[in-house]
Every structure is written in structure tokens, then in C-alpha cells.
Design a protein around this ligand. Structure first.
Ligand code: BDR
Ligand code: CA
Length: 308
């Protein structure tokens, strides 16, 4: 079996952290590089968090590239109210002594794409799409290199989690999302419609706690911190585990159900900014996921992260 390699573009974030752990624990996958983007918390925190998470997993061999500092047009909107002031609150990760690469994240994405065979690169953005859009604008020749962009973001038939209409990653940089949606690269989207069905319940966290490893202890601390926001906001028994859905899909696409459609995003009118929608009568530009086998998904997440 050849592992599927990919670039994780991330704004850690507790759920970003679990996505990274799941990737590192999965023999089917190889994390080629991590690029960071301002989102849940600003730069340089997201970069420091990515370095600290890799260091916890003894995987500081994976290069981390600091990416964009702010969205393309809008001011940066962050989510400390969900993730805490550090972004990965709930864990006690010591500051790391490792450093990001000198190259900018956008240039790292471009260079790695240009060096690759056609149709071979997988990009997994689990934050605002700023880095991916900037790469596409700076070097459109990367498009034929891309096998798939797999993004966590958007909300189609589910209410938003940041405004009534908009999901966080879509809301933070809707202009970048528009660039990505219209670039012509194969695109798979994990919106709230599916991630709100991937609820991490207390029993899942308890199962993970039983592994009692440095990684599982950090993961459990983060998850218990992170769940309180959605549990209070939606009056649900657990928190949606958004970003790990992207990684789980790379491991086992049969966990999810989706359909081909044409997606668009509001980026001009402040009342609909970041609102993703399906447009009828236009050629499909994405697959959007709508359902998950939550039991198998959490089995995968718990057993894999527990084994790290
Ligand atoms: C998305 O926004 C962030 O808060 C999470 O990390 C996830 O990527 C969910 O709306
Ligand atoms: Ca994220």
C-alpha cells in the first residue's frame, strides 16, 4: 500500500490538533508538510501550535511553513471564544524549541505542487482558504497538479456557527473561498451539514482517556475544553469534531456520503458574507458531504489517536 501524501493547511485549534494526530497515526497517510493560516487564533500562535503538536508526537521532522497573516480582503476574525486564547487550550503543551521553515506557506504549496506529477497533490485545508487561494492566484499552473482539495468549511442546509448563515472558515475568508471554488481543481467539502453529525460524546473522550499516553492526555484535555462551547450553544451532548472528518475521509472515504453540486459563496453583501449555497443549473464544481457513519468514524479517531 502506498500512503497518500498530503499538505495539511491548518489554524490549530483543538479539532485541527485531532486532525493532525489522526493523520500521524494513520499508515494510509503521509503528512508531507504543514502550512499554517491565521484563523482560530492569529499568527504566530497557529504556527507555534502546529510546531508544539508535532513535537508532542515526536514528528518534528515534518516541516511547518508559516502562511498568511490575515484574510485576502477582510480584517481577521478569530475564535478565542471557542478555542481559548492560545487556540489549543485544555492541553499543557510546553513551548517548542523547533522553528518554522524560512519559506512562506504559500510558496511551499506552490513549489511542492510544481515539483509533483500531474493530478498527484492532495491539499487539506481545515481553516480559512487564504493560503490555498493565494497559491492559486500566484501560480495558476498548480491547478493540473492537484488531485484533490479537501476542505472543512461552509454550511449548506445547516445554520452557520459564526453567523446564522455562515460557518467560521467560510466567514473568515469568503474571497479566498470564491477563488478556490472557481479555480477548476477537484474539490471535496466537509460543511457543518456533515460535521454536526460527528458529535464527540463523553463516552468517546472517556475511551480515548483510557489509553493514557502523552498524546491521548493532551487530546482529552483539549476536547474537554473545546466541547463546552457547542454543548452550551446548541444544547447538544458533545462537540462536532469538524476537521478530523477531512483526514478520516482520506483514510476511508466510505465513512461519508455526499453528492456533486455547484457551490458558490457570498462575498459582496455583508448580510450573506460567507454563506455557501448550492446553485442549480450550473456545472458541478465540488462534492459536498452530507452524512457520516459516526460510530465507525469515532472508532477510527479514538483507536488511532489512542495508539500514537
Ligand atoms: C471550523 O472552524 C474552526 O473553529 C474549527 O477549527 C473548524 O475548522 C468549524 O467551523
Ligand atoms: Ca480549523
Amino acid at each position: 500500500m502506498t500512503a497518500r501524501s498530503f499538505i495539511l493547511d491548518t489554524d490549530p485549534g483543538q479539532d485541527d490538533a485531532i486532525a493532525l494526530f489522526l493523520a500521524l497515526a494513520s499508515p494510509e497517510l503521509q503528512v508531507d508538510a504543514v502550512t499554517t493560516v491565521a484563523g482560530n487564533v492569529p499568527q504566530p500562535l497557529v504556527t507555534e501550535n502546529a510546531l508544539a503538536l508535532l513535537s508532542l508526537c515526536n514528528r518534528s521532522d515534518i516541516p511547518v511553513y508559516r502562511g498568511c497573516e490575515r484574510p485576502m480582503l477582510r480584517d481577521l476574525y478569530t475564535a478565542e471564544y471557542v478555542h481559548g486564547p492560545r487556540g489549543i487550550d485544555g492541553s499543557e503543551l510546553p513551548p517548542t524549541s523547533t522553528s518554522p521553515e524560512k519559506q512562506h506557506g504559500v510558496d511551499a504549496i506552490i513549489e511542492r505542487c510544481l515539483q509533483a506529477e500531474d493530478g498527484s497533490v492532495t491539499l487539506c485545508p481545515v481553516g480559512p482558504l487564504t493560503n490555498i487561494a493565494m497559491a492559486l492566484i500566484k501560480e495558476p499552473n498548480i491547478v493540473p497538479k492537484i488531485r484533490e482539495i479537501v476542505w472543512m468549511g461552509g454550511a449548506f442546509h445547516e445554520p452557520g456557527n459564526t453567523t446564522n448563515l455562515s460557518e467560521f472558515n467560510a466567514y473568515v475568508d469568503p474571497h479566498a473561498a470564491h477563488v478556490v471554488f472557481t479555480a477548476g481543481a477537484p474539490l471535496t467539502i466537509f460543511p457543518l451539514d456533515v460535521t454536526h453529525k460527528a458529535l464527540m460524546l463523553p463516552e468517546h473522550v472517556d475511551r480515548l482517556e483510557a489509553f493514557d499516553t502523552p498524546v491521548s492526555r493532551a487530546a482529552v484535555g483539549m476536547l474537554r475544553f473545546y466541547e463546552r462551547y457547542d454543548v452550551d450553544k446548541y444544547d447538544i451532548p458533545g462537540a462536532p469534531l469538524h476537521d478530523p472528518c477531512v483526514v478520516a475521509y482520506l483514510v476511508d472515504p466510505t465513512l461519508f456520503v455526499g453528492h456533486r453540486t455547484h457551490v458558490a459563496i457570498g462575498y459582496t453583501d455583508e448580510t450573506t458574507i460567507g454563506n455557501t449555497s448550492e446553485v442549480e443549473g450550473m456545472e458541478a464544481n465540488a462534492t459536498i458531504m452530507t452524512d457520516v457513519d459516526a460510530e465507525r468514524f469515532f472508532d477510527l479517531v479514538v483507536t488511532r489517536v489512542g495508539s500514537l
